[in-house]
Design a protein around this ligand. Sequence first.
Ligand code: S6P
Ligand code: ZN
Length: 191
Amino acid sequence: MDYIAEGTSFIRPFSAGIDLVDGEMTDFTRKTERRASSMRGHYADAAALERLVADGDPLHYEVFEKPVPEEYGHLMYCVSKLLSGLVGDEYFMTKGHYHSVLRTGEIYLCLRGDGFMLMKTKDGKFAAEPMKRGGMVYVPPYWAHRSVNTGSEPLVSFCVYNAEAGHNYGDIETEGFARRVLRSGGVPVIR
Ligand code: S6P
Ligand code: ZN
């Protein structure tokens, strides 16, 4: 099959199921779980996080995948399910990352819940876009991204990105994001 490009694997077409009520991929082959103890260093109130860890170390989010080859040309996709909760006054959020291949973007289609996508660049630009059922967020190349659940139900998204993107968590562990989403007077405030 000489039309197959070097460096991009040939695979058979397939389909995947998503349970829109539970916000989970029904036939995933890989699931990543992040609990409170995985989130050290990310929330402003470290003591509040340690109280959560001591009190059963609750789940913060799950990512369901049926991975494809991590190569140019393929499209990776997943279902991300971020639970509702607070660490001190800060809403549950994902770790956030840059893609290792910085020139790769991502599309998030929100299937359930309410929240924000926080985004930042290496040179200090910041953006926040609302996430709610039926809303799409475009994360351009070069922008780190973190989702935040400000609602009372899980924040569920279907994500699609270049399969060769890779994930750089280390820079966010060092840099953080310029702004946080906090509950103030019972409502979310970005500051
Ligand atoms: C992957 C995509 C999402 C996140 C997921 C968890 O590029 O952005 O699937 O992996 O929302 O967030 P994080 O920051 O822990 O990977
Ligand atoms: Zn990403």
